[in-house]
Write a protein of this length. Structure first.
Length: 171
């Protein structure tokens, strides 16, 4: 028995009544980029159901080159599913959502960041780029990063949001 055992048992219950959906556009027409923090689950805080919206989660919810790669592919795929180029003016919205009390805020401290780099083998610059000390500033920077990316389709809109963990809503 592992820690996964009760989760796999829950999956058995889910699988017994689930009907798979065909590949198609997400029903909410939104892709969420957010933090992997287990205290901020987008399905719960935004009331998402299966097939509503893809969610890209990483440390701090930051827009990295890998996130841009994923979004470029998803825009291509969405366009193909929508009927090809020219079929739609807007494919989907990318909602970048950072949150207060993010554990990556510790990475803003050079001493902590240096220790983290030594312990993990990750470059200090990469750790610094993941830091979310002020989510209002970082979400704005990430929205700008997306809007200025030549790889992001002009048919993709972008919005930025901050989830306030102390109030349990976005600001």
């Amino acid at each position: 028995m592992t820690r996964m055992t009760p989760l796999l048992e829950r999956n058995e219950q889910f699988a017994a009544t689930y009907t798979p959906a065909a590949l198609g556009l997400p029903t909410a027409q939104v892709i969420i980029v957010t933090c992997l923090d287990h205290r901020v689950d987008p399905a719960i805080i935004l009331g998402l159901q299966l097939a509503d919206a893809p969610v890209i989660r990483n440390t701090g919810g930051r827009v990295t080159p890998a996130v841009i790669d994923d979004l470029a592919y998803l825009a291509f795929l969405a366009e193909q599913l929508a009927g090809g180029p020219g079929a739609r003016d807007t494919l989907f919205e990318v909602a970048v959502m950072h949150h207060t009390q993010c554990g990556t805020g510790f990475l803003a401290d050079p001493g902590f960041r240096h220790q983290a780099a030594e312990a993990t083998g990750l470059p200090e610059a990469a750790l610094e780029a993941s830091a979310v000390a002020d989510p209002h500033l970082t979400v704005k920077a990430d929205v700008e990063r997306l809007l200025s990316s030549p790889r992001l389709s002009p048919k993709v809109s972008v919005s930025g949001h901050v989830y306030d963990r102390t109030r349990h809503h976005r600001s």
